[in-house]
Write a protein that binds this ligand. Structure first.
Ligand SMILES: Nc1ncnc2c1ncn2[C@@H]1O[C@H](COP(=O)(O)OP(=O)(O)OP(=O)(O)O)[C@@H](O)[C@H]1O
Ligand code: SF4
Ligand SMILES: [Mg+2]
Length: 393
């Protein structure tokens, strides 16, 4: 923990009966005061100049490019502490595509933003846990790195493709300027002419037909698919080891979606990198990913190879997700939906977060949050249904 243990867990006073979200002015002031104290301590820690030895670490498995280890990222809001990422542990092997799936608000983006150290500060903070990143000859714990040092990792070693290319590209600069900027920043000694040649090469690589013309265009002069290709070109321009693609095709129509996914697959092989692919779309995961991580309410509830998750889903939530996916040739009157809602991240229960929605819950499920059960070397699930004595982590 970066600050006094469980300060953020301090129970807030019970709300008056009949209104679970009601806070008195006094309670709001207390929350604001306690948030300000914690945020001050965390921001101070972030700005501290520390030597490299303090954030050097060992990978648990050198075959991984990233290892999230019990990561907690919280938002200190006026209504209380929102545990957006609440103890996430999973790895991304070198050269693999790991799909992260789960319903809206379950913490997929916040997990990836934590890896980039781009969580919206000051209210958003990594409060504990590690994010080990493998640089080949050494490994860094990104959660402990000073923000200045992070500038050498972001964009250069880890690149991100966002969901909406129009809001990610700067509308007032030409495409060429935005591409060159990335190269000039991360390749010291590179001249403007070399940067331009490299940028045009990248535009060609992502399948843009007239790269010289597109180089001179503004973002609004391009179609959605072209803009997403430009985003991918920017992400690739410094040969990153890892690409984070956060819903890269959600804003695109189906034909363009297929082209962008093909492009990502080709590129991953060309650069021999890894991809963390975040999506709601199980079809995209099935097509693209080697491993799948299923998240629910800020936690990983199941992970395994794509084969394991699709052919042998274990957690009732994963089973529900599969059932709610339309299948060609399977006729149903009504598509299945998982009843109920994700619990409020400000007021999580201390038992299984899925209990209120689970149709298989048993007496055991009212106990503490279930531990992971390892069902195969690659497949693990956090659910009491598979918890035989002695199997827990
Ligand atoms: N800037 C913020 N301030 C407060 N809470 C935030 C902020 N950003 C995210 N959150 C909260 O963190 C939780 C996780 O959000 P996140 O964006 O990671 O969800 P997601 O799984 O990516 O959802 P989606 O599929 O809709 O993109 C949500 O409860 C969200 O309300
Ligand atoms: S632990 Fe119990 S409530 Fe939670 S998902 Fe498993 S069966 Fe359902
Ligand atoms: Mg998201």
């Amino acid at each position: 923990m970066l600050f006094g243990k469980n300060k953020q867990d301090k129970p807030q006073k019970a709300a008056p009966k009949g209104n679970a979200h009601y806070l008195t002015a006094k309670e709001s002031r207390e929350i604001a005061r306690s948030n300000a104290k914690v945020i001050r301590a965390l921001e101070k820690e972030k700005k501290r100049r520390i030597p490299e030895e303090e954030y050097l670490c060992e990978m648990a498995d050198p075959a991984n490019i990233v290892e999230f280890d019990d990561l907690h990222t919280y938002f200190f809001t006026d209504a209380g502490v929102s545990k957006a990422v609440d103890g996430v542990t999973f790895s991304i092997p070198k050269g693999a595509t790991v799909g992260v799936v789960g319903e809206s608000g379950c913490g997929k983006s916040v997990t990836s933003l934590s890896l980039m150290r781009l969580v919206q500060a000051p209210q958003g903070q990594i409060v504990s846990g590690s994010i080990r990143f493998n640089l080949g000859d050494k490994a860094y714990d990104i959660a402990k790195m000073p923000i200045d040092a992070m500038r050498n990792i972001r964009g250069k070693q880890i690149a991100m493709i966002f969901q909406e290319p129009m809001t990610s590209l700067n509308p007032v600069f030409r495409i060429g300027y935005q591409l060159d900027e990335m190269v000039l920043l991360h390749k010291p000694g590179c001249t403007k002419e070399e940067a331009k040649a490299h940028s045009i090469e990248m535009l060609k690589l992502v399948g843009i037909a007239a790269p010289e013309r597109v180089y001179r265009c503004y973002p609004h002069e391009l179609s959605g698919g072209m803009r997403q290709r430009v985003m991918i070109a920017i992400a690739l321009s410094c040969d990153p080891r890892l690409i984070i693609a956060d819903e890269p095709t959600t804003a695109l129509d189906v034909t363009i979606q297929a082209q962008i996914l093909d492009l990502l697959r080709d590129i991953k092989d060309k650069i021999d990198g890894s991809i963390m692919l975040i999506t709601h779309d199980l079809g995209v995961i099935a097509e693209m990913a080697d491993y799948v991580v299923v998240m629910y309410a800020g936690r990983v509830i199941e992970s395994g190879t794509t084969e394991e998750i699709f052919h042998d889903p274990l957690h009732p939530y994963t089973v529900g997700l599969q059932k709610s996916k339309p299948v060609v040739k399977r006729k149903v009157d009504r598509l299945y939906n998982i009843p109920g809602q994700v619990p409020n991240p400000i007021d999580m229960p201390d038992y299984c977060y899925f209990k209120e929605r689970c149709d298989r819950c048993t007496a055991k499920c009212s106990g503490e949050y279930p531990h992971f059960v390892q069902v195969s070397p690659t497949h693990r699930v956090a659910c009491y249904l598979y918890d035989k004595e002695g199997d827990n982590d």
